[in-house]
Design a protein around this ligand. Structure first.
Ligand code: ZN
Length: 324
């Protein structure tokens, strides 16, 4: 069965690629594009497996996935697409930084004030609502939409957002579930725009990453200790695992380590659960098992990513030699 691509993931990949085919690049502006699964597995919806291609290049990519020498048309191999995607996304990011530098200062300030106002207003609304109020989810959806704006407008919206999320998480969540669960999801969304590879020295990226992890750690530890926290615990672990999967084949040693240690801290916090009476020891074990499973899966994707990165490096070396 083909697993559906989530709309937020689709939006993210499109934004990062400027809605252009990663092979046509700027020349493809306005062309019809689709989200292509690089390894041919349409259910493998991780970001590293998705590329934006125009219809012509998508059909060449499909041909490149078929074994044998059938057909005489042009073929695009998965590794080649990965390379094009990497180079194109890097270019898009540079363009964005360039625009940031040259955007009219006054105009940028006005936009920033407007975004800040909207984000803060929504943050206070969330803090004033009951956990079960349906406006909670709507408000988080609204905030999530700003994440991609950071890329398109060149304004530091993610920094404003992470501070707002941090404010929300600072409030006491014992005994409530929907807000912290949804918050964890938004943090995952924010992390999915992390560009520590193309932009390793950026203090903004580092700040966002660290803040996100602190929020997840707080939410996770809190949920681990208190009654009814199981769904929050899962949401937190899921957000961390998704990020681990995203960065698995990249050379982000510090980030990977931090993620593992956050899992371990949350795992440890489970032992402080003391509610209920006779059943509480079993509950501790259940919670620890939940966290442990995510932790194990994270280690597995790290290892898979390491192997994939090695293979890709080999391909790059051959590619460069071939061009000499
Ligand atoms: Zn194309």
């Amino acid at each position: 069965m083909r697993l559906k691509l989530s709309s937020s993931l689709e939006r993210r990949v499109l934004v990062k690629n400027k809605h252009c085919c990663c092979i046509c690049q700027n020349d493809g502006y306005g062309k019809e594009v689709l989200v292509h699964h690089i390894n041919g597995n349409n259910s493998n919806n991780v970001e590293s497996n998705l590329a934006i291609l125009c219809l012509v290049h998508a059909s060449q990519a499909d041909a490149g996935l078929k074994k044998g020498k059938l057909g005489s048309g042009k073929k695009l191999k998965p590794d080649a697409i990965k390379l094009y995607k990497k180079l194109w996304q890097r270019k898009v990011e540079h363009e964005q930084q360039h625009r940031r530098e040259f955007l009219d200062l006054k105009e940028r300030k006005q936009f920033e004030i407007l975004f800040k106002f909207e984000i803060h207003k929504t943050m206070y609304l969330i803090l004033s609502l009951k956990d079960t109020d349906k406006r909670v989810l709507e408000s988080f959806d609204y905030l999530d939409q700003f994440i991609a704006e950071d890329f398109t407008s060149g304004i530091d919206i993610r920094t404003i957002l992470v501070d707002a999320f941090s404010n929300i998480s600072f409030h006491n969540f014992h005994s409530i579930e929907i807000i912290p669960c949804r918050l964890a999801k938004s943090i995952g969304e924010l992390l999915s725009y992390y560009s520590g590879v193309t932009n390793p020295t950026s203090s903004k990226e580092k700040y966002i990453f660290n803040e996100c992890l602190i929020i997840l750690e707080d939410l996770g530890e809190d949920a681990a200790k208190y009654e009814g926290g199981t769904s929050v615990l899962k949401a937190v672990c899921q957000a961390m695992f998704d990020f681990a999967e995203q960065i698995s084949w990249q050379d982000l040693v510090t980030e990977k380590k931090k993620l593992l240690s956050t899992f371990e801290k949350i795992h440890k916090a489970c032992s402080e659960y003391k509610h209920g009476d006779v059943g509480y020891k079993k509950e501790i074990m259940n919670r620890q098992a939940t966290v442990q499973e995510f932790l194990n899966n994270t280690k597995i994707v790290y290892e898979e990513g390491r192997i994939e990165a090695l293979r890709f490096k080999k391909f790059l070396k051959n590619y460069k030699n071939g061009r000499k």
